[in-house]
Write a protein that binds this ligand. Structure first.
Ligand code: 13P
Length: 257
């Protein structure tokens, strides 16, 4: 098994003091799990200070969004190079909440992915079906369309920098986690799409995370699936103890593989 990536997406939560405290706890604990790549994605306004807390720790910093332009008259936006400037390695792009509430399309996500790669960031690109789409048996088609659109025109070198996150919309923040079989099925499809467009070695190398109500109680089973290479964690990343139990589960999955 490759080194799993466990990333905490704090979304629009915590205040400055809480962000610093949580980052410090994770940084302190993460040294015990060198087999696992750990990342934290705080709200943009705390990136700088959390980046300072994480400096000299094994924990990477990530943004939750970025614009596709490098600079200019885009009030309220952040460019990929600004994220790099404060120490980001990753940036979450195309999260379903961005797609749902802020109208981001696959085309927009694709522009952002290219800009992030250009700036030297590793995009964590989110894909996933709604409950309605799953019930209408459209999951595979939705994933294919999002894959083709959000990841259009990426070179082999570029796709190797990309992390995919399968996040079924119905499982986000609902406590309704996908079964390990449901997750594995979509992860295997993504692996197959990567193989068809690139090659087998590349398909194998790309990290595919699962996200959607990942908790300490269900992490081990999800992470033991052959095509699940990590987790993108929302709610459970807001408590150091819960988040580190998920990191520990990823470590155990590496040991068992
Ligand atoms: P929850 O873990 O809170 O369901 O959120 C998942 C998510 O959206 C991570 O990006």
């Amino acid at each position: 098994m490759k080194r799993p990536l466990i990333a905490g997406n704090w979304k629009m939560n915590l205040n400055r003091t809480q962000a610093i405290t949580l980052a410090a706890s994770v940084a302190q604990e993460a040294v015990h799990w060198p087999t696992v790549h750990v990342a934290l994605c705080p709200p943009a306004v705390y990136l700088d200070v959390v980046g300072q807390v994480l400096r000299n720790s094994p924990v990477a910093l990530g943004g939750q969004n970025a614009h596709w332009e490098t600079a200019g008259a885009y009030t309220g936006e952040l460019s990929p190079s600004m994220l790099v400037d404060v120490g980001c390695v990753f940036v979450i792009l195309g999260h379903s909440e961005r797609r749902q509430y802020f109208g981001e399309t696959d085309e927009v996500v694709n522009r952002k992915v290219k800009a992030a790669l250009e700036a030297g960031l590793r995009p964590i690109v989110c894909l996933g079906e709604t409950l309605q789409q799953r019930e209408a048996d459209q999951t595979q088609q939705v994933i294919r369309t999002q894959f083709e659109g959000s990841l259009a025109d990426l070179s082999l070198d570029e796709i190797r920098q990309v992390v995919l996150a399968y996040e079924p919309v119905w499982a986000i923040g609902t406590g309704k986690v996908a079964t390990p079989q449901q997750a594995e099925e979509v992860h295997a499809l993504l692996r197959q799409l990567l193989q068809q467009r690139y090659n087998e070695a590349t398909a194998r190398a790309v990290i595919i995370q699962y996200g959607g109500s990942v908790k300490p109680e269900n992490a081990a089973e999800l992470l033991s699936q052959p095509n699940v290479d990590g987790a993108l964690v929302g709610g459970a990343s807001l408590k150091a103890q819960d988040f580190m139990r998920i990191v520990a589960a990823a470590h155990a999955a590496v040991e068992d593989a």
